[in-house]
Design a protein around this ligand. Sequence first.
Ligand code: ADP
Ligand code: MG
Length: 346
Amino acid sequence: MKFRHFAAALLSAVLLTGCGEPAQDQSDALFAADLFAMDTYMNLKAYGKNAEAAVREAEARITALEHTLSVTDSGSDLYALNHAAGGAVTVSDDTRNILDTAAKIGQESGGALCISLYPVLRAWGFTTGEYHVPADSTLAELLPLCDDSLIVRNGNTVTLPPETEIDLGAVAKGYTGDAVMEIYQQHGVTSGIISLGGNVQALGTKPDGSAWTVGVTDPFAPEQLLGTIAVTEKAVITSGNYERYFTGDDGQRYWHILDPETGKPAGNGLVSVTVIGDCGAECDALSTALFVEGTEEAVAHWRRTGGFEMILVTADGEVLLTDGIASGFQPKRDVQSRVIGHDEAG
Ligand code: ADP
Ligand code: MG
């Protein structure tokens, strides 16, 4: 997977050089930056006369958020929470906001999103890269600690049971995208697009007024696109079984999105979920939650709550598109697709 990130970084570096030429119209001038943060390659683009100041401030904000939300950095909110031995911890507004979003989507998904799975993620080696399949007895021991209803939130004061630990990996990049969009707006930028490890967030339209075109990775061939979608001012966030995984001695693929019911990689019929919506943090939380929920529950979830669009790719290769995004989707290869409507029959 490292290779794929490297290739993506090279690609964006090439694009950058191409796009970095001074634009004809000063008001449409592009400023772009690449950085590596939160364990992934990021690319920030903004247009207009304040673009550079906006991108520079966004870089600083990303670095600060990386520090706040890190599980390993001993000065972080998360480190304090995970090492508080049952004591109350005062967290930053950013951490509080993410915990609020995680609680909301956790509830809406019936616990499919579970930020307190950290001890189980560690047992699989997903926290260090030293992967191995844990014994069922280990999972059975750890799973009772993993229950987001054990997280007590009172404003910025948060308390966890002594053995419970959390990680915000499922929501952090989407929240960070929102933070960047906010900075862009504060600088008067009206056109910009960012990719945080493949999670895309777009502000406004392209400088020429047309919609942005965002690629959706083919989960069966992650170096290629399944298709593209046209969006204006939206977050486009994907969770897939191809993002981080290892192959066990048994030849099976084990990926980094776990089903809180079993403590094992979620395999409920989906190989990727792309969520399109207004709030990056919610879209990110949802992409993970819907992946865990699986095909039928994900569709039921969307029909129940609305507020976002989604593209589901099933393990047998079908592409399900909710009706608000279906017309904006352009396949890049032959796909068997189906449009999901709000009624059961749809
Ligand atoms: P990515 O970070 O690859 O874009 P996701 O947004 O889906 O993908 O987040 C996956 C990360 O979330 C995992 O690496 C892990 O840290 C954490 N995680 C895994 N399973 C769950 C789950 N069921 N609920 C909450 N967080 C999870
Ligand atoms: Mg997510």
